[in-house]
Structure formats: C-alpha cells, structure tokens
Design a protein around this ligand. Structure first.
Ligand SMILES: [Zn+2]
Ligand SMILES: [Zn+2]
Length: 368
C-alpha cells in the first residue's frame, strides 16, 4: 500500500511530504490509520541525527488512529478499533517482566534509534528503504506500523485528536511527578522549563495535591500558561537574579521535588542547593551535550538524603497509566489540551517552527 508521510532526508532538514510504500503488518504488528499525532521535542532531537539514527526516516511518536490491519498473532485489537500509540518495549527483558517498560533493556534501539532487532523497515520509496519504527510507530504518516506492546485500545467514543499527545509528552510530565518522584499531598514541587512536559509536570503536581508548585520558565506566555494550569508561583530566570535565592524566597527550607525538563546545565548545577531534606530531583530534559555532567556536593547530599533520578516516559506503563490519564482528562482534572495547538498534518514544518519561535507550546497534527 501507499501512504502520505513526512520524510526527513537529512539531519535537521525540513520534512518533505511524499507518497511512499508501506508494507503489510508482520507478526505482532498493527497497521494504524493515523488521525492525529503530537510533535514532541524528542522528534527534533532524533531528527538532528545526534543519536545516530539512519536517514531518510519517518519520525513521529504520539500517534492516535484507527486500526487498519493486524499481523499474525495480534489479539488485543482488530481493524476498526481506535488506538493510542506510545513508546515501544521488548516484552521479555527483566524490566519489561517487572512492568517497567520505560526502562526496557532495548528502549534506546526500539525507540530513539528507530530500529528493529532484525534491522528491517516497513517503509520504502522506489524500492529504497526508509528508516522507520521511531518509538515503534513512525506516525508522521497517514499509515503507521505499530506493535502490540505500544498500542492501547481506546473506547469507541474516544476523541483521537485530543488524546494523541498523551502517548509521550503528557504522560512523561505527569508521570515524573506522580510515579517517578511519588509526590505526596502537601509537598512542594519545582518544575524547570514550561514546555509541554514541564506544564504536564505542573498538572501532575496539582493532581497530587502539592501545596506549592513553582515553575521556572523564561518565556512570559509559558509562565502565564503555567499559572493558569496550577503553578502557585512562577520565576523568570532571566530576571530573578540568583536562582537559588529566588526559589528559597518561595520555599524557605527548599523544595521537596524538582522536575527538570530543560536540560539547562547552569540551572541544573544549582538544584542541589534548592532541595529540602530528603528532596528528590527528577531528570527529564535532555542536555545539549552528550557528555554533560551534573556535579553533586557530596557531604551536603548525603546529609540531606537527596535523590537524583533519571526519568523516562514518567515511569509509565501503557495499559496501566494511560487509562488513568484519560480518566483524569475526562473528569476535567488534566486540562493538557489548554496548551495544545492543532495544525493540518501538511503544515508540519510550520508547526515545528512555531514551537521554536514561542507561538505554540504543543503542536498536534491532524489528518483529514
Ligand atoms: Zn524490555
Ligand atoms: Zn516524546
């Protein structure tokens, strides 16, 4: 079959809308007619080539759509079902066995590196392979091949355009607070970076009943959005002077939790001075340099009982956490749609440009 896809021919290039060939789903695979797909910052990181993935490629990893065909052995969905796509995992490593698929031993190759264990691709043009399997889906296309491991069946009345970004960015921010750092009611939360993941962490803090939720974000429009979705305080780091003083002016004894979504090393380096005893720092944002190092003041750290945790996908497991988030949204407790802007799929390059120039926080591309 053929499908319209946004093909990236070279690192950091523009997406090219092309009609390409897509194979039949193989054993365990599910072909999905994509109706909506969020654009996540990780698409741009992979698209830069920094992670070593192959080109040309089709990216996209927050797809939602309708099952078009299923391969042999697929039992969880059938053609016509609405589905939400999320990250991929192997299903047979110790972490997968433990219901921790975000820490699957094969997470990197099956998601960020956009590869399959056998090196095959389901996409091609004029007989030449196009790299696919980005997060087990490559959903910047009208048709995408996913796997039973990364597909969640949705109710018949599900609104696919609304739910699409839950598959990565939203669950990452909310899960970082609720699942990774295990926020308790009344605790204080500091979120660094007010993009879609950071604002979702703010929403997670609201869900957990955090008393004080501080958002550090240089863009005024994002600080405003943070306050409108539940941040009790906002800090403009470019105007605040010393960032530790600014945080401690709000939380005198330090904060219980920090979620960093910025990867901004000068700010991260100050975080050990911002936490309260037994404080937890969650690292979500990817720093610009592969060899970035976070220095820890050892004596202070061991005397306050501090924790630093790396966080992938908010410790989500697809069939457990995503339905909870869908229920929270339906009940009005998770208004992530407030920071989503919809674009027609064909305007993908404009949507991405708008995230860098500050006019859009979270783009979701819609297929006709
Ligand atoms: Zn695994
Ligand atoms: Zn993502």
């Amino acid at each position: 079959m053929q499908t319209l896809a946004a093909v990236l021919h070279q690192p950091a290039g523009a997406f090219s809308l092309e009609t390409i060939d897509i194979a039949e789903p193989q054993a365990g695979e599910i072909r999905v007619a994509v109706k909506a797909v969020g654009v996540c910052h990780t698409d741009l990181v992979i698209g830069s080539g920094a992670l070593g993935n192959a080109f040309p490629t089709v990216l996209g990893h927050e797809g939602a759509g309708i099952v078009d065909a299923v391969g042999a052995g697929v039992t969880s969905v059938r053609p016509g079902d609405k589905v939400l796509l999320s990250f991929n995992s192997c299903g047979h490593c110790p972490r997968c066995d433990h219901d921790d698929p975000a820490y699957c031993h094969e997470f990197f190759p099956r998601n960020m590196l956009c590869t399959r264990p056998d090196g095959s691709s389901r996409l091609s043009r004029d007989g030449l392979a196009i790299a696919d399997n980005c997060f087990g889906q490559s959903s910047f296309a009208a048709l995408a091949i996913a796997n039973e491991r990364n597909v969640l069946k949705l109710p018949e009345d599900a609104d696919l355009a609304t739910l699409a970004p839950l598959g990565c960015g939203i669950q990452t921010g909310v899960g970082a607070v609720l699942r990774s750092l295990k926020a308790q009611a009344g605790e204080t939360l500091l979120v660094i970076g007010g993009g879609a993941v950071g604002l979702s962490a703010v929403l997670g803090g609201v869900l957990a009943g955090c008393g004080t939720i501080v958002l550090v974000e240089p863009q005024a429009s994002r600080r405003d959005m943070g306050q409108s979705v539940g941040a009790t305080h906002v800090i403009d780091p470019s105007a605040a002077g010393d960032i530790v003083d600014a945080v401690r002016a709000i939380a005198l004894t330090g904060v219980d939790m920090i979620v960093d979504t910025s990867g901004h090393m000068p700010t991260l380096a100050r975080t050990p001075d911002m936490i309260a005893p037994m404080g937890r720092i969650g690292l979500v944002g990817v720093p610009g340099a592969l060899d970035a190092v976070l220095p820890l003041p050892m004596i202070k750290w061991l005397t306050v009982g501090g924790t630093v945790r790396g966080i992938v996908e908010g410790d989500s497991d697809i069939t457990g956490f995503l339905p909870e988030l869908i229920a929270h949204h339906a009940a009005g407790r998770l208004p992530f749609d407030r920071f989503v802007t919809r674009y027609p799929f064909t305007r993908i390059n404009e949507a991405i440009a708008d995230t860098s120039n500050g006019t859009c926080i979270k783009p979701v591309l819609i297929f006709d």
